[in-house]
Design a protein around this ligand. Sequence first.
Ligand SMILES: [Mg+2]
Length: 209
Amino acid sequence: MPDTLSYQNFCRMCQSAVGQIRANHEMLSRLDAAVGDGDHGTTILRAMEAMASAVAANTGTDLKELLAKIGWDIMGCDGGSTGPLLGSFFMGMSDAVADTSELDCAAVVAMFEGGIQKVAKQSRAQVGDKTMMDAFLPALDAMRAAAQSGSVRTVLEQAAQAAATGAEATKEFRAKFGRARNLGDRVIGHIDPGAVSISLIFKGFSEGL
Ligand SMILES: [Mg+2]
Protein backbone atom coordinates (compact mmCIF):
# COMPACT_ATOMS: atom_id res chain seq x y z
CA MET A 1 0.00 0.00 0.00
CA PRO A 2 1.46 3.38 -0.95
CA ASP A 3 1.91 5.59 2.09
CA THR A 4 -0.37 8.35 1.05
CA LEU A 5 -4.00 9.00 1.83
CA SER A 6 -6.31 9.02 -1.18
CA TYR A 7 -9.79 10.49 -1.39
CA GLN A 8 -11.20 6.94 -1.47
CA ASN A 9 -9.16 5.96 1.59
CA PHE A 10 -10.57 8.90 3.46
CA CYS A 11 -14.14 7.92 2.51
CA ARG A 12 -13.47 4.43 3.88
CA MET A 13 -12.11 5.95 7.10
CA CYS A 14 -15.35 7.93 7.50
CA GLN A 15 -17.52 4.87 6.85
CA SER A 16 -15.56 2.91 9.43
CA ALA A 17 -15.87 5.75 11.97
CA VAL A 18 -19.64 5.94 11.60
CA GLY A 19 -19.72 2.14 11.98
CA GLN A 20 -18.03 2.48 15.38
CA ILE A 21 -20.64 5.00 16.52
CA ARG A 22 -23.54 2.93 15.16
CA ALA A 23 -22.27 -0.06 17.12
CA ASN A 24 -21.69 1.87 20.33
CA HIS A 25 -24.28 4.68 20.54
CA GLU A 26 -26.36 2.94 23.22
CA MET A 27 -23.28 2.47 25.38
CA LEU A 28 -22.40 6.16 24.83
CA SER A 29 -25.85 7.27 26.01
CA ARG A 30 -25.51 5.06 29.08
CA LEU A 31 -22.18 6.72 29.88
CA ASP A 32 -23.82 10.14 29.42
CA ALA A 33 -26.70 9.16 31.73
CA ALA A 34 -24.16 8.90 34.57
CA VAL A 35 -22.70 12.38 34.07
CA GLY A 36 -25.22 14.31 31.93
CA ASP A 37 -28.61 13.99 30.31
CA GLY A 38 -28.13 10.65 28.58
CA ASP A 39 -28.47 11.87 25.00
CA HIS A 40 -24.86 11.76 23.85
CA GLY A 41 -25.16 8.51 21.90
CA THR A 42 -28.17 9.85 19.99
CA THR A 43 -26.60 13.21 19.16
CA ILE A 44 -23.20 11.84 18.11
CA LEU A 45 -24.94 9.21 15.97
CA ARG A 46 -26.98 11.93 14.25
CA ALA A 47 -23.81 13.93 13.55
CA MET A 48 -21.96 10.91 12.21
CA GLU A 49 -24.90 9.84 10.04
CA ALA A 50 -24.78 13.35 8.54
CA MET A 51 -21.11 12.69 7.78
CA ALA A 52 -21.92 9.31 6.21
CA SER A 53 -24.62 10.90 4.02
CA ALA A 54 -22.23 13.65 2.89
CA VAL A 55 -19.62 11.04 1.97
CA ALA A 56 -22.19 8.89 0.11
CA ALA A 57 -23.60 11.89 -1.78
CA ASN A 58 -20.24 13.36 -2.80
CA THR A 59 -19.27 12.40 -6.31
CA GLY A 60 -16.09 14.49 -6.61
CA THR A 61 -12.55 13.60 -5.63
CA ASP A 62 -11.65 16.84 -3.87
CA LEU A 63 -10.87 16.17 -0.22
CA LYS A 64 -11.03 19.84 0.77
CA GLU A 65 -14.52 20.17 -0.66
CA LEU A 66 -15.71 16.91 0.93
CA LEU A 67 -14.39 17.92 4.37
CA ALA A 68 -16.15 21.30 4.16
CA LYS A 69 -19.40 19.60 3.12
CA ILE A 70 -19.15 17.17 6.04
CA GLY A 71 -18.46 20.08 8.41
CA TRP A 72 -21.46 22.10 7.21
CA ASP A 73 -23.79 19.09 7.28
CA ILE A 74 -22.77 18.16 10.82
CA MET A 75 -23.26 21.76 11.97
CA GLY A 76 -26.66 21.79 10.28
CA CYS A 77 -28.00 18.77 12.14
CA ASP A 78 -29.26 18.84 15.72
CA GLY A 79 -26.13 17.60 17.37
CA GLY A 80 -26.48 19.16 20.82
CA SER A 81 -23.23 20.71 22.07
CA THR A 82 -21.19 18.05 20.28
CA GLY A 83 -22.41 18.88 16.75
CA PRO A 84 -20.83 22.33 16.40
CA LEU A 85 -17.52 21.07 17.79
CA LEU A 86 -17.43 18.06 15.52
CA GLY A 87 -18.48 20.25 12.59
CA SER A 88 -15.55 22.57 13.39
CA PHE A 89 -13.21 19.60 13.39
CA PHE A 90 -14.05 18.82 9.76
CA MET A 91 -14.09 22.52 8.76
CA GLY A 92 -10.64 22.95 10.29
CA MET A 93 -9.39 19.90 8.41
CA SER A 94 -10.79 21.34 5.19
CA ASP A 95 -9.00 24.66 5.81
CA ALA A 96 -5.70 22.86 6.38
CA VAL A 97 -5.78 20.67 3.30
CA ALA A 98 -4.70 21.61 -0.23
CA ASP A 99 -6.92 21.17 -3.30
CA THR A 100 -5.85 17.63 -3.97
CA SER A 101 -7.11 14.07 -3.88
CA GLU A 102 -3.96 12.50 -2.41
CA LEU A 103 -2.10 13.44 0.78
CA ASP A 104 1.33 12.36 2.01
CA CYS A 105 1.96 11.66 5.68
CA ALA A 106 2.96 15.23 6.60
CA ALA A 107 -0.15 16.57 4.87
CA VAL A 108 -2.35 14.10 6.77
CA VAL A 109 -0.88 15.25 10.08
CA ALA A 110 -1.33 18.89 9.04
CA MET A 111 -4.96 18.17 8.12
CA PHE A 112 -5.74 16.67 11.54
CA GLU A 113 -3.76 19.43 13.22
CA GLY A 114 -5.95 22.05 11.52
CA GLY A 115 -9.11 20.22 12.60
CA ILE A 116 -8.12 19.61 16.20
CA GLN A 117 -6.77 23.14 16.68
CA LYS A 118 -10.06 24.55 15.43
CA VAL A 119 -12.02 22.45 17.95
CA ALA A 120 -9.56 23.36 20.72
CA LYS A 121 -10.02 27.07 20.05
CA GLN A 122 -13.77 26.73 20.21
CA SER A 123 -13.93 24.37 23.18
CA ARG A 124 -11.17 26.03 25.26
CA ALA A 125 -11.01 22.81 27.32
CA GLN A 126 -7.62 21.39 28.26
CA VAL A 127 -6.55 17.83 28.95
CA GLY A 128 -7.96 16.99 32.40
CA ASP A 129 -11.22 18.93 31.99
CA LYS A 130 -13.19 15.74 31.20
CA THR A 131 -14.29 16.63 27.68
CA MET A 132 -13.70 15.38 24.14
CA MET A 133 -10.40 17.31 24.20
CA ASP A 134 -9.05 14.58 26.50
CA ALA A 135 -9.10 12.35 23.41
CA PHE A 136 -8.42 14.95 20.70
CA LEU A 137 -5.31 16.60 22.20
CA PRO A 138 -3.38 13.38 23.00
CA ALA A 139 -4.29 12.12 19.50
CA LEU A 140 -2.74 15.26 18.02
CA ASP A 141 0.43 14.88 20.12
CA ALA A 142 0.70 11.24 19.01
CA MET A 143 0.26 12.14 15.34
CA ARG A 144 2.93 14.84 15.54
CA ALA A 145 5.29 12.36 17.20
CA ALA A 146 4.54 9.67 14.60
CA ALA A 147 4.82 12.02 11.60
CA GLN A 148 8.52 11.21 11.14
CA SER A 149 7.61 7.58 10.43
CA GLY A 150 6.27 8.77 7.09
CA SER A 151 3.49 6.20 7.46
CA VAL A 152 -0.13 7.35 7.35
CA ARG A 153 -1.13 4.03 8.88
CA THR A 154 1.26 4.45 11.83
CA VAL A 155 0.06 8.01 12.38
CA LEU A 156 -3.59 6.89 12.55
CA GLU A 157 -2.83 3.87 14.73
CA GLN A 158 -0.91 6.03 17.20
CA ALA A 159 -3.71 8.61 17.21
CA ALA A 160 -6.34 5.95 17.94
CA GLN A 161 -4.28 4.49 20.75
CA ALA A 162 -3.60 7.89 22.34
CA ALA A 163 -7.25 8.91 22.05
CA ALA A 164 -8.36 5.69 23.77
CA THR A 165 -5.86 6.16 26.59
CA GLY A 166 -6.90 9.81 26.93
CA ALA A 167 -10.58 8.91 27.07
CA GLU A 168 -9.95 6.24 29.71
CA ALA A 169 -8.09 8.77 31.87
CA THR A 170 -11.20 11.00 32.10
CA LYS A 171 -12.53 8.57 34.74
CA GLU A 172 -10.26 10.21 37.29
CA PHE A 173 -11.23 13.80 36.48
CA ARG A 174 -13.80 16.27 37.77
CA ALA A 175 -15.62 18.08 34.95
CA LYS A 176 -14.99 21.74 34.14
CA PHE A 177 -17.67 22.07 31.46
CA GLY A 178 -21.30 21.14 30.84
CA ARG A 179 -23.81 19.61 33.20
CA ALA A 180 -21.22 17.27 34.66
CA ARG A 181 -19.48 20.29 36.19
CA ASN A 182 -22.32 20.67 38.71
CA LEU A 183 -21.86 17.11 39.91
CA GLY A 184 -18.41 17.75 41.42
CA ASP A 185 -16.77 14.65 42.85
CA ARG A 186 -19.74 12.48 41.85
CA VAL A 187 -18.44 12.19 38.29
CA ILE A 188 -15.15 10.70 39.42
CA GLY A 189 -15.12 7.06 38.35
CA HIS A 190 -17.23 7.83 35.26
CA ILE A 191 -15.63 8.10 31.84
CA ASP A 192 -16.53 11.10 29.65
CA PRO A 193 -18.82 10.01 26.80
CA GLY A 194 -17.56 12.75 24.43
CA ALA A 195 -13.96 11.61 24.85
CA VAL A 196 -15.04 8.00 24.25
CA SER A 197 -16.83 9.05 21.05
CA ILE A 198 -13.72 10.76 19.73
CA SER A 199 -11.62 7.72 20.57
CA LEU A 200 -14.12 5.49 18.70
CA ILE A 201 -14.00 7.83 15.70
CA PHE A 202 -10.20 7.63 15.61
CA LYS A 203 -10.40 3.85 16.02
CA GLY A 204 -12.72 3.83 13.01
CA PHE A 205 -10.40 6.09 11.02
CA SER A 206 -7.45 3.81 11.78
CA GLU A 207 -9.29 0.56 11.00
CA GLY A 208 -10.92 1.99 7.89
CA LEU A 209 -7.62 2.81 6.22
MG1 LIG B 1 -25.96 15.19 26.83
